[in-house]
Design a protein. Structure first.
Lengths: 116, 115
């Protein structure tokens, strides 16, 4: 298995809803990432998990809550989102973290989120 | 801090003609550089990566890139464009942050292919 999967593909939610995005990889990768991508813009890093521990939080609002239950699974819990949070949410994984940062990230297809 | 600059926001070429997408980087030491492609409403796919083993890097789908330290460039080329190459292309630099790697994206270049 050489891919990163994300579910759901599309999600529409109201501002008072609670929902979760799921990301899974079975490549034995030890680092996993969440990105947010607005239309016609590059992805923006949100969170990085390394060996199942949160290692980077790019000052993301608390209405986004990441969780890494095990080395293959990464969740993003959503609560009280705003319409401006509508975007493509991408998950990525990488095999290991090399000292010189040459690790390659492999991306999933993304979840298209619409907040009404 | 490292950064990448993609010099063209949009490039349009005719099918069968060469493709050149330009990228300049800024780094205080030897960088790790990548090109990713994103087709409409899809995730990102790795095209190729440079990690100092060779300055000319060959990737998938006939793409290649040349690392030129003197020019701080990492331009992406393809000899003959195909309609399926129409997509958004991102030049990326990677750096080590704490116990993880962080990648920094360029602003992207949209490649259009004319029949």
């Amino acid at each position: 298995d050489t891919e990163v999967t994300q579910t759901p593909k599309h999600l529409v939610m109201g501002m008072t809803n609670k929902k979760s995005l799921k990301c899974e990889q079975h490549m034995g990768h030890r680092a996993m990432y969440w990105y947010k991508q607005k239309a016609k813009k590059p992805p923006e890093l949100m969170f990085v998990y390394s060996y199942e521990k949160l290692s980077i939080n790019e000052s993301v609002p608390s209405r986004f809550s990441p969780e890494c239950p095990n080395s293959s699974l990464l969740n993003l819990h959503l609560h009280a989102l705003q319409p401006e949070d509508s975007a493509l949410y991408l998950c990525a994984s990488s095999p290991y973290v090399t000292p010189d940062g040459t690790d390659t990230q492999y991306f999933g297809p993304g979840t298209r989120l619409t907040v009404l | 801090a490292q950064s990448v600059t993609q010099l063209d926001s949009h490039v349009s070429v005719s099918e069968g003609t060469p493709v050149l997408l330009r990228c300049n980087y800024s780094s205080s030491y030897s960088p790790s550089l990548f090109w990713y492609v994103q087709h409409p409403n899809k995730g990102l796919q790795l095209l190729l990566k440079y990690t100092s083993a060779a300055t000319l890097v060959k990737g998938i789908n006939g793409f290649e890139a040349e690392f030129k330290k003197s020019e701080t460039s990492f331009h992406l080329t393809k000899p003959s464009a195909h309609m399926s190459d129409a997509a958004e292309y991102f030049c990326v630099v990677s750096e080590r942050i704490s116990s993880a790697s962080k990648i920094i994206f360029g602003s992207g270049t949209r490649l259009s292919i004319r029949p």
